[in-house]
Design a binder for this molecule. Sequence first.
Ligand code: URA
Length: 303
Amino acid sequence: MTAASLKTPAELAELFAFYASAGVDEALEDAPVDRFAEARPRQAERAPAPVAPARESRAEQRAPEPGLNRMPERPAAAPGLDVSRVPDAPARPMAAATVPDEGQIMLARQLAASASTLDELRQHMVAFDGCNLKFTAKNLVFADGNPSADLMLVGEAPGRDEDLEGLPFVGRSGRLLDLMLAAIGLDRTSAYIANVIPWRPPGNRTPTPHETEICRPFIERQIELVNPKVLVNLGGPSAKTLLNTTEGILRLRGNWRVHTTASGTAIPAMPTLHPAYLLRTPAHKKLAWRDFLEVKAKLRGLA
Ligand code: URA
C-alpha cells in the first residue's frame, strides 16, 4: 500500500499515522535522487544538459541541501597545531568535496589530539567540515551530563530528537536510559553521555565505516579528556568501535573489557544493550539490568 494507491484523505491520514507510529520521520521520494549530481551546477553549465525527466527537474528546482555544495574548508588552526602538515585532499570537483577521504581522518586525528580541554575539542568539532554527516545534521551533539563523573556512557549516533536539541539521548531511548541510570542511583549530574558519531545520520541510517573512522578520533579524545573510571558502551556500534572488536553485542555484553586511550590509560568498559534495542526487545531488559548492576559494583569498588 502506498500513498499513491490511496484515495480519500481519511485513508491517507491512516497511512501517515501508521508511518508515524512505526518511527518514520523522513519523507523520501519513490525513486533515488543523486544529490551529488544536483550539486554540479558548473558542470551542467559547461556541457549541454541531457533532457531530464520531470522528477529530476523538480528536484533541481529545490534549494540545495545545506552544505551539499560547500567545499570543506580547513578549520581554524588549533593552538599549536601545524595544519599545513595535514596532507591536502586531492583536487576534486566541488560535488565530491563532501565525500570523506583519508585526509579528513588525518585532520580529525590531529585536531582531536591538539584539544587539551573538552571545550577546545567541541570547538574543533564545530569547525571541522570533513564529515558529510555534519551538512545534513541540524546540530553537533557533543555531550550531556557531568564531565567530572566517574561514569561515561557512549551510544552510537544522535536521532531526530537529539539532533533538534543538540543533546544525546533525549528521545525515547534517552528516557529509558535515564531510568536505567536511576536504577543504579545515578542521573545526568553523576554520569557523562556522548556518542561515537556526533552528527545525526540522515534518516537515522547506519553510519558508514568511513564516517565512523572520521569521527573516531573525536570520541576517543573525549573519553581521554573525561577520563572516567568506568565506560559503558551502549550497543554494538559503540562497543565495536571503542573496544576494537568485531564480536556481536549479545556475546560482548555483560563482560568487562578495556578501552585503552591514546596515552595508554586502561579504562574498564562494560558493553551493554542499547536502550533503543531494549524498547524493541523488552524481554532483554533483564540482561541490561545485570550489566548495570555490574557497573554499580565496579564504581563502588573503585571509589
Ligand atoms: N541513540 C544513540 O545511540 N544516541 C543518541 O543520542 C540517541 C539515540
